[in-house]
Design a protein around this ligand. Structure first.
Ligand code: ZN
Length: 99
């Protein structure tokens, strides 16, 4: 999938990138959900490494210090890690302490 980002101010550019990214993800999801097996296999081969790269790039901005504190969130509880964890691992065992 080839995309183009229209020129503009920094804010407008960021918004344009956001729109393009969301559109790309929506098209990818629709293709995987509605495509035949060949389409799904091609999308998986062409897009999985991109998605993994995007998650890794996002996590770089939320690097943990040696104490486990996120540099972006400035806390031991990282909002990005929580969101990614919930998206990738929606069903998890309950914590041993019950809470
Ligand atoms: Zn964080």
């Amino acid at each position: 999938m080839e995309v183009s980002i229209p020129p503009g101010s920094a804010g407008a550019s960021a918004n344009a990138v956001d729109v393009v990214l969301r559109r790309h993800l929506a098209l990818l999801l629709a293709g995987v959900q509605n495509g035949d097996d060949g389409v799904v296999a091609r999308l998986a081969r062409s897009e999985t490494h991109r998605l993994v790269g995007a998650i890794r790039a996002s996590l770089r901005a939320h690097r943990l210090d040696p104490a486990g504190c996120c540099g972006a969130c400035r806390a031991t509880r990282c909002v990005l890690r929580d969101e990614i964890s919930h998206a990738l691992l929606p069903v998890r065992p309950a914590p041993a302490d019950g809470g």
